[in-house]
Design a protein around this ligand. Sequence first.
Ligand SMILES: Nc1ncnc2c1ncn2[C@@H]1O[C@H](COP(=O)(O)OP(=O)(O)O)[C@@H](O)[C@H]1O
Ligand SMILES: [Mg+2]
Length: 259
Amino acid sequence: MDPSSNSPGSPGPLLDIRGVSKTMGGKLILDEVSLNLNKGELKVLIGPSGGGKSTLLQCAHFLVVPDAGDVFLDGESAREMGKKDIRLFREKIGMIFQDFNLFDHLNARDNVAVALRRVKGMRKAPAYKRAEEELERVGLGGKEDLYPAQLSGGQKQRVSIARALAMDPKVMLLDEPTSALDPELIGEVLNVIQDLFQSGMTMLMVTHQVGFARHLTKEILFMEDGRITERGSPEELLDENSPSRAGLFCRKLSEVTGR
Ligand SMILES: Nc1ncnc2c1ncn2[C@@H]1O[C@H](COP(=O)(O)OP(=O)(O)O)[C@@H](O)[C@H]1O
Ligand SMILES: [Mg+2]
């Protein structure tokens, strides 16, 4: 498909990562990686540490500018955008990180409201109202006044999801959102992510929660050494007897974690 014919709002992938390459510190980190997400789709990226998953998400957001290739959101090329448009492009892509990235000196309400006020220029009262709605949505109604230090890891990650949602993203990129959590807190965060998916959010998620991936996603992408080397349904890749690299990787993972 010719990207120039793919006008905004036209059918076609919502997020389209095409042939993205990146070299850092003299090492090829991403080697012509392509993947796309249709509206309402969830895809899961798995693979060994150092394979380039985080770098790929950062390139998808143009936080890191790829050396080659491009990213299209709703048919619009990130590479061709000027400063103002690229800022809007980034606002439409919600990022969730392993370590939450909250401001420690702000309570939950302010952590969510701060971007609404600074980036969207909202006044305090409507920003707080929206923040409270989003906190309620992730099950944190009543916790608005608590600071990160007073919240569990699972609650902190839910604040960070509320903050992303408040910006009305079209797509969410989640980079190992439960990896920093104690095992008993993982479920509450996965439940919020599952609710989001079921409400129609488009998502690309790096995770090693194989059970979650198997249950929700239609396509798993296996990434190593800067390339997506396998892609397919959970059944194709993860079945007990599947000879795939992804299957082997996940079986090893469950031997280590018992999950
Ligand atoms: N800023 C950087 N400069 C040089 N190398 C980097 C940088 N960021 C990441 N890398 C390297 O890129 C490779 C892929 O890293 P990353 O994207 O974090 O992989 P993953 O998320 O799959 O673990 C690793 O070898 C890492 O050391
Ligand atoms: Mg990573």
